[in-house]
Design a protein around this ligand. Structure first.
Ligand SMILES: Cc1cc2nc3c(=O)[nH]c(=O)nc-3n(C[C@H](O)[C@H](O)[C@H](O)COP(=O)(O)OP(=O)(O)OC[C@H]3O[C@@H](n4cnc5c(N)ncnc54)[C@H](O)[C@@H]3O)c2cc1C
Length: 302
């Protein structure tokens, strides 16, 4: 369960309060504030705070005094221009703070994104909950035969049941030992900071994660992508749903230029021109490696 009834009551109480401000707010984000959006079996993302909106991006780009908006079309056009030309600093004027609950092995991938501010739940100070990520059966997949960094079809039948049983049993056994080691009942009890080392990487942790919109887009570009591991991708997808409501113009430009767009090498551009001129270009005549050619063809054939 991602959220206990007590935690939900705290969230409801926080949502019951409001503050008057002359700062820009975004109705879509106000609706998301504090709410836990479930991800995986026990995880979530929650918006804790945000700063700025689409207008903050154009305002910074124009270094204007007031709203500085000439028209909505102008603002959207300017945001698209900034995104297209990698003029990134105006996007850094918007910030978001999320509370994320995620398995430790997902956190290890996530923390590689260094341009954020993080504060993690302390398992030196506090006791971790008995919560482990156990994949749903359709995500319990075999090793991919074409990509060492990926997965293939879902495991089936007896093998799937056996793997699920191993995951559940090992997780619970490790947690039982964790509890036994830290217990102060009739013994000194091992320090929490040591006892945690015996827990598996599917145990859940939590953090507050604050990042600006430019670096968030970079994170989403990599982690909402089909090549990202499913377990981090679902978090990125959940964040995308929030960002859409926060900065709709910027998100739409991001979807178009970054998620939907493609980057071609110099050789790729040259091959494209030769193809458009009617030449039958092959991998051998393209000057590209087999891998590059495969990726190039995936871009032009879709
Ligand atoms: C599909 C996939 C597979 C991956 N596989 C592996 C793997 O096998 N092994 C592995 O170790 N990692 C792996 N990674 C992690 C990857 O190499 C990056 O560490 C991660 O995606 C963070 O990217 P980043 O450094 O661009 O992001 P951030 O740390 O958020 O940085 C954003 C940008 O800021 C700049 N920047 C940040 N810090 C510095 C700095 N100190 N110096 C200079 N510039 C800086 C860079 O321009 C950087 O691109 C993988 C990532 C993906 C998406």
């Amino acid at each position: 369960m991602p959220i206990t009834p007590e935690q939900q009551a705290e969230i409801d109480a926080q949502r019951g309060q409001s503050h008057h401000t002359i700062r820009a707010t975004v109705p879509g984000m106000e609706a998301h504030l504090y709410e836990a959006k479930p991800v995986l079996d026990h995880g979530f993302i929650r918006v804790i705070d945000y700063m700025g909106d689409d207008n903050a991006i154009t305002q910074a780009a124009r270094v204007s005094y007031g709203k500085g908006t000439k028209s909505v079309q102008n603002d959207e056009g300017l945001i698209r221009y900034l995104m297209r030309h990698w003029h990134s600093t105006p996007f850094e004027m918007c910030e978001i703070k999320l509370h994320v609950k995620l398995p430790v092995f997902v956190a290890r991938q996530w923390i590689r994104h260094r341009t954020a501010n993080v504060n993690e739940y302390s398992a030196r100070y506090s006791i971790l909950d008995r919560e482990f990520y156990i994949p749903a059966p359709d995500h319990l997949a075999a090793q991919s035969v074409v990509n060492n960094q990926g997965r293939g079809a879902a495991l089936e039948g007896e093998e799937a049941a056996r793997v699920l049983d191993i995951l559940k049993t090992d997780s619970n056994r490790a947690y039982d030992h964790y509890e036994q080691m830290i217990s102060e009942d009739g013994q000194q009890g091992l320090a929490r900071e040591l006892a945690r080392m015996n827990l598996p990487a599917n145990v859940y942790t939590q953090w507050y994660w604050k990042v600006d919109l430019h670096n968030l887009f970079h994170f989403l570009r990599l982690r909402a992508d089909a090549h990202a591991q499913y377990e981090i991708r679902v978090y990125a997808d959940a964040i995308c749903e929030v960002v859409k409501d926060w900065v709709p113009f910027a998100y739409s430009a991001f979807e178009d230029y970054r998620m939907g767009g493609a980057q071609l090498s110099g050789k790729g551009v040259e091959c494209m021109r030769r193809m458009l001129a009617g030449e039958n270009v092959t991998q051998e005549s393209s000057g590209m490696s087999k891998g590059e050619w495969r990726e190039f063809m995936a871009v032009i054939e879709g």
